[in-house]
Design a protein around this ligand. Structure first.
Ligand SMILES: [Zn+2]
Length: 140
């Protein structure tokens, strides 16, 4: 039989290790999720949360949202000079209308420079919309 002093600490150590492992897994998941939502690498920050636990999660929570995407997500309106979304077909400031093929071109260029899910999604939606519009026009 183990003396109580030996049994006590090992029981305690087991709990601590268990809590650290659960903490690591939970923080990894949350850090990855938070970082991903802000435009950072999910896997990298999940590893950070796994190894640094709550500290990694705090670091991920404190990350500034990546706004670099705005650089190529925005274009300048030729009429009023305001920055508007690259997939916009109408300027939200002055109402300047863009040619659909021009917008598709710009989205294509943005995709070339950086493969972004938002740009790809916008391009697909635009193409789908144009397609359905053409179907309606050619229909009876
Ligand atoms: Zn404008």
């Amino acid at each position: 039989m183990y003396p109580p002093e030996v049994y006590g600490p090992s029981w305690f150590t087991g709990w601590i290790i268990g809590i650290i492992i659960i903490d690591a897994i939970v923080c990894a998941g949350l850090s990855g999720y938070v970082a991903d939502r802000k435009g950072y690498s999910n896997g990298g920050w999940a590893a950070c949360g796994f190894f640094f636990g709550i500290l990694g999660l705090i670091a991920a929570a404190g990350l500034p949202r990546i706004t670099g995407t705005a650089d190529y997500m925005a274009k300048k309106c030729p009429d009023c000079g305001e920055p508007i979304r690259i997939e916009a077909r109408v300027c939200r400031f002055c109402g300047h209308k863009y040619d659909e093929s021009q917008v598709i071109n710009e989205l294509g260029l943005a995709l070339d420079s950086e493969d972004d899910a938002c740009v790809r999604q916008a391009l697909l939606e635009l193409l789908k919309e144009i397609e359905s519009k053409e179907e309606k026009q050619s229909g009876p």
